[in-house]
Design a binder for this molecule. Structure first.
Ligand code: MN
Length: 169
């Protein structure tokens, strides 16, 4: 799933306003979360690595409550240009629906990002406008017939965590 081949193959760039984008040569540490009201509402978490945005569609959005694990389905890498994308993808197109930026900032892996992703446990810090502190992405064992990698997005229990009863953001 590395690179932008899949991203490009899924879209008709004359029809959708999403950026075509290309693999960036600079090394940055941007992250973005886009609220995507598609067929099913979800939040796309994107972490910059190797010139692309590694991407996960998070069901119900990230939770700052450590006990509230959220399913994060890994989707195709997106171009870094996508971080600025907001708007409506036409109905009938891939991901048809509205996209808005929900949070943005920088991220940093706690350990080596490549090894962590390969191993299936990425611990990372978010420095966003809404989200902060340490988070975990933990890959679930692939079940028969599943084509995509399912992960869990989990807030680590730190100062940026929230008690289950506290008000949500
Ligand atoms: Mn999406």
């Amino acid at each position: 799933m590395a690179g932008l081949k899949t991203y490009h193959a899924k879209r008709r760039f004359g029809v959708t306003a999403e950026p075509k984008g290309k693999i960036a040569r600079k090394a940055g540490h941007a992250f973005v979360i886009q609220k995507h009201a598609a067929r099913r509402l979800h939040y796309d978490l994107r972490l910059e690595l190797d010139g692309v945005m590694k991407s996960w569609a998070v069901t119900r959005g990230p939770s700052r409550v450590p006990s509230e694990k959220r399913l994060a389905v890994q989707v195709e890498d997106h171009p870094i240009d996508y971080n600025k994308f907001e708007g409506t993808i036409p109905a009938g197109e891939y991901g048809g629906g509205t996209v808005m930026v929900w949070d943005r900032g920088t991220w940093s892996p706690e350990h080596d990002a490549h090894k962590s992703l390969k191993k299936g446990h990425l611990s990372f810090f978010l420095n966003g406008e809404k989200l902060h502190g340490l988070w975990h992405l933990v890959r679930l064992k692939k079940r028969r017939g599943e084509s995509k990698d399912n992960w869990l997005l989990i807030k680590s229990n730190d100062e940026a965590a929230r008690k289950p009863r506290a008000k949500d953001i």
